[in-house]
Structure formats: structure tokens, C-alpha cells
Design a protein around this ligand. Sequence first.
Ligand SMILES: [Cu+2]
Length: 178
Amino acid sequence: MRLGWLAIVVLIGGITAAAAQGPASTAPKQIKVHLVNSAGEDAGVATFKTVKNGVKVKLELKNLRFGMHAVHIHENPVCDAPDFAGAGGHFNPDGRQHGFLNPMGHHNGDFPGGISIGEDHAGEATFVLQSISLDPGAPNSLFLHGGTSIVVHAKPDDQKTNPSGDSGNRIACGIIQR
Ligand SMILES: [Cu+2]
């Protein structure tokens, strides 16, 4: 019975969508993104969730090299190991420069910190990014132009060097799509 009602609600929703649909009605509340490392191995998961002041990003990563690593949202939904060059530059619809310490900053896809990977090659970190959205209709939507990607770098982010924080090679990547 419950499924039946759901189906009806979905149907009505679909019929009225063209007229009544605000972008928020189709925005996923949460998405999970799977990352791969340069060797094509599973590098863990990033979970994106809409919160009051932005999007909360929880990183649960593995199979990565020990140390601090920069993390960014990049502009293309492409993760082409081993160098992930296809991910393109940082997601930056607002047209700013890189880094939270840059007076001209920051990119929409910049993270205020990085992730610390332990000797077990795993690590966790959580951030709230205020300049991105899961709302497909928003100008700063992660789903703009077919999606974006989340990229982990070999080095930490200095938060000021344009355009990429002197963060070195790309060592993991996950495609962000609806
Ligand atoms: Cu990057």
C-alpha cells in the first residue's frame, strides 16, 4: 500500500513538475562519490550532504600515500587515471582565484583544509563548503554541465598559490554526478 501511494505521489509530482518544480524539489539531499587512486584502486568514498549553510563533505579515504593531501572540487566529471588531467581546473563558476588565504579567493571548489592519511593509508575528514550546492538549478551546482569531480593531490594546499595551491600531482579522483 505504501509503495502504491508513493507511486501516485511520484506520478503527480511528475505531471506538475513542468509548472511547479522549484530546483530544490529535484535536488538530492545526499550523494555518495567513489574515488579511485592513480593505480585504479578503490580510494574510498566522499559523501555530500546539503546542510543549512552549504554542503557537508565527509571524506573516508583509503589506499593513499601517508601524509597531508589537498582536496578540491574540479570542473569536469572525468577521472582518467593515472594523472586525472581530464578533471580540468578547479570548479570556479564565481571566477575567483585559488585559496582561502588569497585576497582574490577562493574557488567554489576549494576546501578550507586537507585530509591527513595515516600509515594505514587511510584517513577521514569532514568539511562544510559554503560555495557549492547540490541544487541542480543553482549557479554553483556540482551538477553544472553534467557534473564535476573531487580530486585528492599529492601535497598539502598552501591556500594561496593560484590556481591550485601548489598541491602537486593528482592522486585520486571521484566523479560527482546525480
Ligand atoms: Cu585540485
